[in-house]
Design a protein around this ligand. Structure first.
Ligand code: UDX
Length: 442
């Protein structure tokens, strides 16, 4: 079997590499010549644990190749995945121009039957547009080549993408006929061996599944954050409440950790997009509107605590930030709570020293020299008025309080992910503020 993947972004590159792992022949296409040049040498544009090694291995085994020519790539291919970006347009709905351009290119260049699979997260109804674009180009050529469209949303998490792809909770595929279903089930056979189900359904259901899954997860997070804020007002502890509700198997214990809000490339974009789709159908999704509004506010909770502690006078004060990426194990800062927190601190006249194990270069492209960047966690603590823990990287979990005490001007920790034990922090002489739990002041 031979497949091609158009778009070597996060989803495209992981998808291509993992399919190559199963022994099939994969061609990855991108219009970015520089990216393709680098990928040919296994230089990958993103930070994702394990990806570089797998790209290198499959390049050596000649199971994966990279090209800028879509025409070349679909020669003798059975399946083409469209995995290009769908950035939010000005009104929040997904911009489909890249997806539809690829569909047109496929229509212009295809010479035999193809299954054209949408892998990018696209609004409901996109497969119909993809089909129309391909058909239109075929008609212009006067060509009568059969093809099928399919929708195969991706559920991988950044930082765990390889594992998620190789051992999926489930694979969702929307198809229109048996032929496409047979081809797709053959392709995914290696991944469903150990009871990982493949769910075939109609295309609109597959398209909506992706949005509904992310919207549900975002809802869990905004729900727990809302309850966390209530905990503080009534003297409860969100960690206790979390355990108390999470042991109910109907609720489950995952994705109910209170924090500084959700970020990343998926949740914020997808919640916006599903709200938009519903609006277009004259059905406002009131619950998800609230989920979004709660999350926007939650990104400010930590900085509000800082302002309260310092009685609204942050001018000239120095704050150390631990963690810039929207979550651990990625350098991605899209919609990261750290961006909102840092912007508020700067606007209030404070200085910011930030450290992240891998996202420094990303932060530099956002904040430039408005903030300074440390080489290690302790570096940024020098003369700091407080520490704000924003991303729960493992290396922040067991800090050396004796060293911290010597470096910092004020002994205050704002724990935006509840990773510390307030009692332990307090025994070490620090003031402690968490999310949804009692703060402890000396
Ligand atoms: C998510 C989905 O999990 C994935 O299935 C989908 O394909 C893309 O979107 P990702 O964006 O990589 O993946 O991140 P994820 O690990 O899900 O975390 C999202 C955000 O939620 C992070 O900012 C994280 O800090 C936050 N989060 C997560 C919480 O605040 N509390 C939790 O309990 C869990």
């Amino acid at each position: 079997m031979k497949i091609s993947i158009v778009g070597t972004g996060y989803v495209g590159l992981v998808t291509g590499t993992c399919f190559a792992e199963t022994g099939i022949n994969v061609t990855c296409v991108d219009i970015d010549e520089n990216k393709i040049k680098n990928l040919k040498q296994a230089i990958i544009p993103i930070y994702e644990p394990g990806l570089e090694t797998l790209v290198k291995k499959n390049l050596e085994k000649q199971r994966i190749s990279f090209t800028t020519s879509l025409k070349e790539s679909i020669d003798q291919t059975d399946v083409v995945f469209i995995a290009v970006g769908t950035p939010p347009g000005e009104d929040g709905s997904a911009d489909l121009s890249h997806v539809l351009n690829v569909a047109r290119e496929i229509g212009k260049n295809m010479t035999h039957h193809l299954v054209v699979v949408t892998k990018s997260t696209v609004p409901i109804g996109t497969s119909v547009k993809v089909k129309a674009a391909i058909r239109d180009e075929l008609e212009k050529r006067g060509a009568q080549i059969p093809f099928d469209v399919a929708s195969n949303p991706e559920f991988l998490k950044e930082g765990n993408a390889i594992e998620d792809f190789l051992k999926p909770d489930r694979i969702v595929v929307g198809v229109e006929n048996e032929k496409a279903q047979t081809i797709m089930s053959r392709l995914y056979k290696p991944f469903v061996l150990n009871n990982h189900p493949i769910l075939f359904m109609d295309i609109p259901s597959a398209e909506l599944t992706k949005y509904a899954a992310n919207a549900m997860l975002a809802t869990k997070i905004s729900f727990i954050n809302d309850i966390a804020n209530l905990c503080e007002l009534v003297g409860a502890d969100i960690n206790m409440v979390r355990k108390g509700i999470g042991t109910d198997s109907r609720i489950g214990n995952k994705f109910i950790y209170a924090g500084a809000g959700y970020g990343g490339s998926c949740f914020p974009k997808d919640v916006k997009a599903i709200i938009k789709t519903a609006e277009k159908n004259n059905y406002p999704l009131r619950l998800l509107q609230a989920v979004e509004a709660i999350n926007d506010d939650q990104k400010k909770v930590l900085v509000n605590k800082v302002k309260n502690h310092f009685k609204d006078d942050l001018k000239g004060k120095t704050f150390a930030i631990w963690g810039l990426a929207f979550k651990p194990n990625t350098d991605d800062m899209r919609e990261a709570p750290s961006r909102v927190i840092i912007r508020h601190l700067l606007d209030a006249g404070a200085k910011v020293h930030a450290y992240d194990p891998v996202a420094t270069h990303e932060a530099q492209s956002i904040f430039g020299d408005e903030i300074t960047y440390g080489k290690d966690p302790y570096d940024v603590l020098i003369e700091a008025d407080a520490l704000l823990l924003v991303t729960e990287w493992p290396e922040f979990r067991m800090p050396n309080f004796k060293v911290m005490e010597k470096l910092m001007k004020n002994k205050v920790i704002f724990d935006g992910r509840n990773i510390y034990d307030p009692q332990e922090i307090n025994e070490n002489g620090f003031d402690y503020y968490g999310i949804g739990r009692k703060s402890i002041r000396e």
